[in-house]
Design a protein around this ligand. Structure first.
Ligand code: UD1
Ligand code: UDP
Length: 368
């Protein structure tokens, strides 16, 4: 039996890495294909996890649009799937690589396994285009690996056969546990010089397409205000390479002593930064899942979330993109010790670090 593991962006690489490691450990017949929808961000993660892909489609272009990514993935993956004839194609999450690969596999009648299946906002344009990528991938999927019971119930509501849904936990926790090391020292001296003990360090990430323009400006203006009005606060923002993000971040946040705009980090230093910071403000999906394992409160800079478990568990709060609302919520966590403690001492609802093992067990059981 041959498994094809296919991914293209930073979060997919992190979340597929534990599955690749599990296949290596068990000496299974598998191939890895990267679309390289991301280039540097993907390569960083391949290096951390020591993954050498069998095929690299190398599709990324500067400021690429969705038409380009979708059509390139479908057209370029076709000959590889025809040649390799895998028994199952594994995709992860909600990117355009995920959807386009599932569609290509379907056209070739190859079964699809979807890792992190069943996340939903039911809002067509939020997150854009991820919500529709997920819904369409579900229609094309044969084996749904849902990270939580909530995700499983979403799939059942959409008429998916319960026998094809498996609750496994999220592989991001497996990856995090592989990498986290409290004794890790940054290789970048700029980060070593930051006073994590006496200052309150806010870690910011923001890159979502639906936040481009006014919402992202509001997020950055709120962050600037928070830093300016709290002398004990510093902000670190590894800026996503998307030109739309870079432009707005530089316009609003560049040139302040206590605001550090840095390059996107490798996974090891990024996890350490999450571990050492005081508070995380983010529109990222994966970071919402990782933060509870490190005991860090998260303010989610989005109008909707497909990850309500962290909000219900009390580790994350959905604050949207309204400047004043973001400021009020951050201010509360910076000044109210009880509020802070309450949000930082909860169990992680997303998994126990054994998701990859479960996924491979299920594939072997069902495909044999
Ligand atoms: C993509 C995913 C999004 C995911 C995010 C993770 C889609 C439509 N979007 O968004 O779901 O949350 O990745 O980060 O699938 N760029 C580089 N180097 C890189 C990566 C990106 O320069 O390594 C720049 C390029 O100019 C590229 C642009 O960013 O054209 C956008 O990349 P793209 O993958 O289309 O969108 P993301 O915003 O990264
Ligand atoms: N991440 C990283 N370096 C960074 C920023 C993020 O390694 O500078 C990791 C983070 O820990 C998480 C993943 O990238 O596992 C999230 O990716 P992103 O926010 O780009 O995508 P999303 O999860 O929103 O799809």
């Amino acid at each position: 039996m041959k498994i094809a593991i296919i991914f293209g962006t930073r979060p997919e690489a992190i979340k597929m890495a534990p599955i690749i490691k599990e296949c290596e450990k068990r000496n299974l017949n598998f191939i890895t294909i990267v679309t390289a929808q991301h280039r540097e961000l993907l390569d960083q993660k391949l290096e951390v996890f020591n993954i050498e892909p069998h095929y690299d489609l190398d599709i990324m272009q500067a400021n690429q649009d969705l038409f380009y990514v979708t059509s390139s993935v479908i057209n370029e993956i076709k000959p590889i799937l025809i040649k390799e004839k895998p028994d199952i194609v594994l995709v992860q999450g909600d990117t355009t690589t995920t959807f386009a690969t599932s569609l290509a596999a379907f056209y070739l009648r190859i079964p699809v396994g979807h890792v992190e299946a069943g996340l939903r906002t039911w809002n067509k344009y939020n997150p854009f285009p991820e919500e529709i990528n997920r819904q369409l991938t579900t229609r094309l999927t044969d084996y749904n690996f849902a990270p939580t019971e909530w995700a499983k119930q979403n799939l059942i509501k959409e008429g998916i056969d319960p026998d094809k849904i498996f609750v496994t936990g999220n592989t991001v926790i497996d990856a995090l546990l592989m990498i986290v090391d409290p004794n890790y020292t940054f290789t970048d001296d700029k980060l070593n010089r930051i006073d994590f003990l006496n200052k309150k360090i806010i870690l910011l990430t923001s890159h979502r397409r639906e936040n481009f323009g006014e919402p992202m400006r509001n997020i950055f203006l709120a962050c600037k205000y928070i830093v300016e009005t709290n002398p004990d606060v510093e902000l670190i923002y590894p800026v996503h390479p998307n030109p739309n993000v870079q432009k707005t971040a530089n316009e609003i946040l560049k040139g302040f002593d206590r605001i550090h705009l840095i390059e996107p980090l490798d996974y090891r230093p990024f996890v350490q930064l999450m571990n050492k910071c005081y508070l995380i403000m983010t529109d990222s999906g994966g970071i919402q899942e990782e933060a509870p394992s490190l005991g860090k409160p998260v303010l989610v800079l989005r109008k909707t979330t497909e990850r309500p478990e962290a909000i219900e568990a009390g580790t994350a709060r959905l604050v949207g993109t309204d400047k004043d609302f973001i400021i009020d919520n951050a201010q509360k966590l910076l000044t109210d010790k009880f509020e802070y403690k309450n949000m930082s001492s909860k169990a992680n609802p997303y998994g126990d670090g054994k998701a990859a093992k479960r996924i491979i067990d299920i594939i072997l059981h069902h495909l044999k």
